[in-house]
Design a protein around this ligand. Structure first.
Ligand code: PLP
Length: 420
């Protein structure tokens, strides 16, 4: 693909130079049409049995994007009481939120219990704490309901740092400790209504996920009367789309998932609600970052294009060595990728690791160009920081009708000063 921006009509007819002249750089730009399309796809993963897709909001917690998820019929997973509160503010009712934290304080558990948000406990010690909280709050037995996160002993993902299942990771309760789950549940009169897992992120081959589904359904047979079983998130997106990488094979995945569920339902004797927890798939491709090239240079034969998209704006390349495709925009138009020169696209942060793209064949960049970083909607703004005292970027949404709407104003230095 020569240009995702042109092919997808990402800016819906708006001139990107006009957008940044109105809102500045660096700028997160979202496309509502693409966001809704991806959210709709994940809501249809299972159609034969009761199913909900829980959007994992850690990927992107902008309240306007959460409102789109609400309209698209998604439920949500929250990792903290901050995320629960943003979800309430976006209009999600408590029964559409699933709290899946790890290592949280008593106060956070009490917040979730008091607000009636279903919570999954990620260790025996957190399950014990949850039981104690229920006793301290003198909760009736009917209300002492929770889930547990199982560590299936296997994981998968695009980088070791995003593999969350497996014997060496901090997440979930090991299968061998399941008898102790029942002991703690008995002690505090808890009902274990659901089990969940998440093996990792960003895989393009459905097989590890299907294996993990088979595995958790085998484990589920040890639990009686489960109301729900949550398979986790992790569906990848084509970060190398300019090199014609294909989409996650959603249709093929769905076809292969169904017989696994059929087999389980026949054995279990009842049909629980099935859930998944996609984050990246919902939001990554519906967003680009526009950054200005402020300088170009040659250092010992290496070409650099210096932008205002530092690791404070998008940390994934420095944190996970992640690849983001880049397009170059000059005078409002995408520069065709006909003649390419190896360049290093870097930010303005005082760190040698502040690199967006290393030795990347790109159209030769000039000062004043815009670098357009693709697939930035997941773990983009939600992981950004104010490192080097740089205020965080603004976010705009291009609506289905092509209107450009600010969905988060740019942070200011005054905002940063307010905390001192
Ligand atoms: C528990 C849990 N669920 C869901 C997700 C979402 O994963 P992804 O964005 O890869 O779909 C994550 C991400 O790490 C997670 O930790």
């Amino acid at each position: 693909m020569n240009s995702f921006i042109s092919q997808s009509n990402f800016f819906e007819g708006n001139n990107p130079e006009k957008i940044v002249s109105d809102y500045g750089t660096p700028l997160y730009v979202y496309n509502e049409r693409i966001l809704r399309n991806r959210m709709h796809n994940v809501s249809q993963v299972i159609t034969k049995y009761p199913y909900t897709a829980n959007y994992s909001v850690k990927a992107n917690t902008n309240i306007h994007i959460l409102k789109i998820a609400l309209e698209e019929g998604l439920n949500c997973d929250a990792m903290s009481i901050g995320e629960i509160q943003v979800l309430f503010k976006a209009g999600f009712p408590k029964d559409r939120i699933f709290f899946v934290p790890n290592n949280v304080s008593e106060e956070e558990l009490i917040f979730a219990i008091k607000h009636g948000v279903m919570t999954s406990l990620d260790s025996l010690s957190q399950l014990e704490l949850f039981g104690q909280c229920c006793c301290d709050l003198e909760l009736s037995v009917e209300k002492r309901t929770c889930a547990v996160r199982i560590n299936p002993g296997v994981g998968a993902g695009h980088n070791e740092k995003v593999v969350t299942g497996g014997k060496k990771t901090k997440f979930g309760i090991a299968e061998e400790d399941i008898p102790q789950i029942f002991e703690i549940a008995e002690k505090y009169k808890l009902t274990i209504a659901g089990i969940n897992q998440h093996i990792g992120s960003g895989f393009m081959d459905p097989q590890p996920y299907l294996d993990a589904v088979t595995n958790i359904l085998r484990i589920a047979l040890q639990f009686k009367n489960l109301k729900f079983i949550d398979f986790g998130g992790g569906y990848g997106i084509p970060y190398h789309k300019l090199d014609d990488e294909k989409d996650y094979p959603m249709d093929d995945f769905k076809k292969r998932l169904e017989p696994i569920l059929d087999d389980f339902v026949a054995k279990y004797g009842s049909t629980p609600l099935f859930k998944s927890e996609p984050g990246r798939y919902c939001v990554a491709e519906g967003c680009v970052i526009l950054g200005r090239v402020h300088a170009t240079k040659q250092n010992n034969g290496h070409l650099f294009a210096g932008t205002d998209v530092g690791m404070n704006v998008l940390v994934r390349p420095s944190m996970y060595d992640s690849w983001h495709d880049v397009e170059v925009i000059r005078d409002g138009k995408v520069v065709p990728r006909d003649e390419l020169t190896d360049q290093n696209l870097v930010g303005n942060i005082c760190e040698s690791g502040d690199i967006l793209a290393k030795s990347r064949p790109l159209p030769k960049m000039e000062r004043g160009d815009l670098a357009c970083i693709l697939d930035a909607g997941a773990y983009g703004w939600s992981m950004c920081s104010t490192y080097n005292s740089r205020p965080r970027a603004a976010e705009v949404l291009i609506t289905k009708t092509g209107k450009v709407k600010v969905i988060r104003r740019r942070e200011t230095i005054k905002d940063l000063m307010r905390l001192f």
